[in-house]
Design a protein around this ligand. Structure first.
Ligand code: ZN
Length: 216
């Protein structure tokens, strides 16, 4: 099936999940690919549990942000309000929440906050990881078929597994210490520019920030 083939790698799995979540957040009618339904159910459960609100459907989902001062741009998944606090939400579909995500979300939040009046500024950052797996009813092993590959974790290798239908789950994490993370991001970006200076030099209009100018 063509639709299933498009979900044959981790990247397209992530894209399909993002697309479905975004349509759901903006209230658009959308036919969800059957394979990702458990993940989308997990998303709906999260939204209900945390009473997450989108304040501006037109602008707060898939919002492009850019920082003219530090020269970078990106697209954040959504700005949501939870218990009166506005924050940057990023959806992940991998198997864990990694440290580097704090750099990415700090970059989004920094750029976004520079583009809005203070009452519309984001106060925090959240990662919502959507996952789905089948579970062996004998040994508890978890089987994930995301991204075309079958991964079985936990349980007993000697077990003749009998797996449940796929079910979804979410992991929700708030990232603290924005200042520390934005410093890390800007530092990483500068290091990247330093490593790539010979290439960047060839881009005539590559913005030359102070630090770049001193290096080139
Ligand atoms: Zn088993």
């Amino acid at each position: 099936m063509a639709a299933q083939q498009t979900l044959d790698n981790a990247a397209s799995w992530g894209t399909a999940t993002h697309q479905a979540v975004e349509k759901f957040l903006t209230g658009e009618e959308y036919e969800v690919d059957p394979i990702i339904i458990p993940s989308i159910q997990a998303f709906k459960k999260w939204k209900k549990e945390y009473k997450a609100k989108i304040l501006d459907v037109q602008n707060d989902v898939e919002r492009k942000v850019y920082d003219l001062e530090d020269r970078y741009a990106g697209t954040l998944d959504a700005l949501v309000e939870i218990k009166g606090v506005l924050g940057v939400l990023d959806i992940k579909t991998g198997s864990g929440i990694w440290d580097e995500y704090s750099l990415q979300l700090a970059a989004y939040m920094g750029a976004y906050n520079k583009s809005v009046p203070s009452k519309r500024m984001a106060k925090t950052r959240w990662i919502l990881r959507l996952d789905q797996f089948e579970e062996c009813k004998f040994c508890g092993a978890k089987k994930r078929v995301k991204g075309g590959k079958i991964l079985i974790r936990g349980g007993k290798t000697s077990c003749y597994h009998k797996f449940s239908p796929a079910r979804g789950e979410f992991e929700f994490k708030e990232l603290k210490d924005f200042n520390h993370d934005i410093d890390g991001f800007i530092g990483a970006k500068r290091l990247w520019e330093w490593c790539n200076k010979s290439h960047l030099k060839q881009i005539e209009n590559y913005p030359k920030t102070k630090i770049i100018q001193s290096l080139l």
